[in-house]
Design a protein around this ligand. Structure first.
Ligand code: R5P
Length: 302
């Protein structure tokens, strides 16, 4: 079994190491007319793991993944496992306006048509779609890094001074589980999205507090959600802030939030603040899948 990354991606190397599998790269170039050129640098084994985050330039990254998967099969792979630490397009999970594309479903169809046999991803944005199995016919595992984030919090902060905050209803289960594992108190705010770049955060039911807040969210894109959360909590008397996100999608958004407080993310998307390593989450789940242990046991791990 070989783990290939398209393009070189440090998380892929870590996953390969934990699986005792060989790591190799895929050479990807773009021609002057923007067509893609792709070449597997080493022989493709029967089982291939492709690691590709669909972050930042999701359309380019997706085409690279499609070409890689179909090429791996063409070169003799029997099974292609896609590790997609950040699964893009999950927020457009319904037709909000007549005629719109339901992107999450279309992406599922594209990946399945690309002959991917199984998919592993991390904390996908599941809201109206409750589980990937609703839209994927292939085994699709939504893993979670709650344990990793809880460990990070326990190491760096004191429960007497800091509380965990989820900025919106969608963050409820995630933040609640981190709170349960870490032993830190938590509360969840309400958010209304006004446009793709504007949100309103509601804290009206909260009492004033002199504590510090660790705000936890799945995605940092424009930074608006985190900034508005900090501003509202400040009005209530909260003193210090720290933000933790799973998928850091924009350097510009990050810089905006950093004007208010420190931010760390997981390495699902590599960046200068990706301090929380999630390779173990993937390697354990893949090991379980390949040794054909019941899927239930994968859940129990997290
Ligand atoms: C959506 O509800 C997500 O959970 C995030 O809160 C959101 O995508 C963050 O985006 P932004 O940084 O643009 O506010």
């Amino acid at each position: 079994m070989k783990v290939f990354a398209c393009p070189a991606f440090s998380l892929a190397k870590k996953i390969a190491k934990k699986l005792n599998a060989k790591f190799s790269g895929i050479e990807i170039k773009y021609f002057p007319d923007n067509e893609i050129y792709l070449r597997f640098k080493e022989r493709v084994d029967e089982e291939v793991i492709l690691v590709q985050s669909l972050a930042k330039k999701p359309n380019e990254r997706l085409v690279e993944l499609i070409f890689s998967s179909l090429t791996a099969k063409d070169l003799g792979a029997r099974k292609v496992i896609a590790v997609i630490p950040y699964l893009a397009y999950m927020r457009q999970d319904k037709r909000f306006k007549k005629g719109e594309c339901i992107s999450a479903r279309v992406l599922a169809e594209i990946l399945q048509a690309s002959e991917i046999d199984a998919l592993f991803t991390l904390n996908p944005h599941l809201h109206r779609i409750k589980s990937l199995s609703e839209i994927y016919r292939i085994p699709a595992f939504e893993l979670s890094c709650e344990g990793e984030i809880a460990k990070y919090i326990q190491k760096k902060f004191s429960k007497d001074e800091w509380v965990l905050v989820g900025p919106d209803i969608e963050s409820t289960n995630f933040v609640r589980r981190i709170s349960r594992i870490s032993g830190f108190d938590h509360f969840i705010l309400r958010k209304r999205r006004i446009s793709s770049k504007k949100v309103k955060i509601f804290v009206s039911k909260l009492k004033p507090s002199k504590k510090n807040a660790i705000i936890i969210d799945d995605i940092l894109s424009t930074g608006e959600t985190l900034i508005k959360t900090i501003k509202e909590l400040k009005k209530l008397g909260f003193r210090k802030f720290f933000c933790i996100v799973v998928h850091l999608l924009s350097e510009k958004g990050l810089k905006k939030v950093e004007k208010f407080c420190k931010v760390v993310s997981t390495n699902s998307v590599p960046s200068r603040v990706s301090k929380i390593d999630v390779s173990e989450v993937f390697s354990l789940a893949i090991k379980r899948y390949l040794t054909e242990k019941p899927i239930r046991e994968i859940d129990e791990l997290f």
